[in-house]
Design a protein around this ligand. Sequence first.
Ligand code: C5P
Ligand code: C5P
Ligand code: ZN
Length: 468
Amino acid sequence: MKRMKGAAERCADRIKEERKVHLVSHIDADGLASAAITVKALERAGIGVEVEFVKQLDASVLERLERKDPGVVIFTDLGSSMAEEIMSYRFTSVILDHHLPSPGDGNERELLDSGLHLNPHLFGINGSYELSGSGVAYIFAQAMAEGDENNDLADIAVVGAVGDLQDKKHGKLVGVNRQILEEGAELGIISYEKDLRIFGRQTRPIYKMLQYSTDPYLPGLSGDEKGCIEFFFNLGVNLKDESKMRWRRWIDLPREEKQRVVSGLIEHCIHHGVEGVDRLVGEVYTLEREEPGSELRDATEFSTLLNSTARYEEAQIGLRIAMGDRGEAYRRARELLREHRRNLSAGVNFVKENGIKVLNNIQYFYAGDQIKETIVGIIAGMSAGTISKEGLPIVAFAKCEEGLKVSARATHALVKRGLNLARAITTSASRVGGSGGGHDIAAGAVIPEGSMETFLALLDEEIGKQIR
Ligand code: C5P
Ligand code: C5P
Ligand code: ZN
């Protein structure tokens, strides 16, 4: 960590000389959080910044930037998979990322020493669960500050990490993510506690919270409204707060009732043979400066709200929210959230109806234009463990402007056996004339139209080699 902080200082020193920079970030929750943190740190240092969001970085984006002659470009939550290429363009770049850097980047050392590439993987820190893009941005922000005045960005860094599911492996944030969490907790802006780890504890009526749970999938409850209502009835837990005439949310339940529900759920899951029941309970993160009962109060719900903007070409709205706008941008985001939810549920239904094909070492589905390419990865993740076969990585395809978008998701058990999706996807994609990147556990690519079959065969073989 000391070495990484040193590198952050060098990045900051390079940027402090500038009056204006151009920022390029990724269109997901972590990308927005990374951008928000970086913009705040720059503005506080009196540096102007122009922000743009891209689905992925490729030569066309870099060529466009070069024509624009932007001075210095900061890349957040992307860039590492093509660091060497980026540095060959005629503008100065600083990369703040956590994706797997491309192997054999001969220039790694040089990039590090010149203070232009900040990535946890270069310092022995795992970027898939120990530090997110927003965490890297936070470390850069700390380096930009005189003292610890940028530590108040820790809550947004946690939102980014949780948005990338970095808390999933251990049911809590670990590594550098945890240090950031503790810094935020010390300031009183974020808190953590052990609780039920099911989406919607701030905003959803309790029975809806269970009904919509896909992770973990709860047999007899997920997707079954009646089952959920009965479940609470049998436990003697009221769904409604009669005095206030409204549905009770998880945060409305007193500790004793919460415990009764958790015990009931564990029993229910064991009875139905659900694996990994221990995942039901873990750490949850509360943003103490946000309104209780709002989407912004819980880190996971906050990250979903951000995804609802960025994945629908409205990243600037999400950026404003992550930077503190609670007016017009927030209203718009809540509208987008409703649409996002509808799309997720339609997407999962599509997969259910059309099924998943199984090869030797992978399983896949082709969504054509039925699922938007920017959310097909989320749907793949939601399908894993529910609709799909356990024990195989899931690969999803959707049409996109440039050809075919590929999204793949795996489990920690597979990673332990040697799987590295980023490597496998990058190799297979480049063989069919596409490009990709990501993490060991989740990766993506864009490949030419018509190359799906070849790509699948290559990927199947590559992954077979990794996990044999
Ligand atoms: O581009 P970025 O790094 O921000 O995205 C990481 C992706 O990895 C997210 O889409 C996240 O959902 C996925 N992921 C996952 N399972 C994990 C960890 C991350 O699907 N255990
Ligand atoms: O798009 P999706 O959510 O499937 O992305 C999974 C991971 O792969 C993310 O970390 C994303 O940044 C990365 N990815 C990439 N290059 C692509 C597509 C995705 O590095 N062309
Ligand atoms: Zn990220």
